[in-house]
Design a protein around this ligand. Sequence first.
Ligand SMILES: NC(=O)c1ccc[n+]([C@@H]2O[C@H](COP(=O)([O-])OP(=O)(O)OC[C@H]3O[C@@H](n4cnc5c(N)ncnc54)[C@H](O)[C@@H]3O)[C@@H](O)[C@H]2O)c1
Length: 271
Amino acid sequence: MGEDGTLGDLQDKVCVVIGGGSIAPGWGIGKAIAVSYARQGAKVAVADANLAAAQETADLVSAEGAGAIAVGADCTDEAAIRALIDRTMAQFGRIDVLHNNVGIGKAGDPEATTPDDWRRIADANITALHISALAALPHMKAQRSGVILTTSTIAAIRHIGYSHLPYGVTKAAAIQFSRLMAIEYASYGIRANTIVVGIMDTPRVRVTLTGAYGGDEEAMLARRHRQPPLGTMGNAWDIANAAVFLASDKARYITGTELVVDGGLTATTRM
Ligand SMILES: NC(=O)c1ccc[n+]([C@@H]2O[C@H](COP(=O)([O-])OP(=O)(O)OC[C@H]3O[C@@H](n4cnc5c(N)ncnc54)[C@H](O)[C@@H]3O)[C@@H](O)[C@H]2O)c1
């Protein structure tokens, strides 16, 4: 219930956010998504390979007055993801939203990318989507409702100005995974959509991308701010707001598609 007494858009829904921590202090996208789901009335199971990061987000969810659990789980680990879904069912009794937010990559010269890099990145960005769906779908089918959301990137549909090959390719597969699952499970009332994220200002970009832009963090941030037509990078809340909408019944007729949240960037040639 909001402060004004109105119900939130996700009132009493149960959401699972995989990759719900943040790689460094501040607001990563999964962390903002989990807290935004809670602010709209949802209970949230926060999973992350880094249990401390999951716990930090779960504490923020609890501080919103919402039910929360934190689970340490690698998205590529079938047993751990099954345990996450089992724990969510035991604690909250249903699963309305499964949000796959993990994204890893290796920026740099494509020729320095090894087959092992590809396997590791594809496992986390693609195979993990299937692993979590396998665990959650039986419950969603039994409920005859559910929402599967995936966080992708404009690197899945454009070259973004620096080399990020396996990331872009695997995140493109994530978009198609979501589209095809939307069709496969539409008859159960299950929707699946992807958020295509633009150039954002999150803790992760400072940690992982400064090198890809030449090593100067301030110059990297300034260059990224100049790119989107709206004149600035977006932030984690811009993505969380889109996620709340797609997770909610207000998006009940939206499935098998993407919501691009990029300040207009992919409509230009400014990459
Ligand atoms: N930040 C951006 O500019 C940007 C742009 C486009 C897309 N995205 C996408 O948004 C999503 C979140 O990005 P972010 O910037 O908040 O990143 P982040 O790294 O801060 O958050 C992701 C979380 O995932 C966790 N994680 C990593 N590997 C995992 C694994 N194998 N299993 C479980 N958890 C794992 C990390 O510990 C971290 O807490 C990613 O899918 C990313 O590809 C981000």
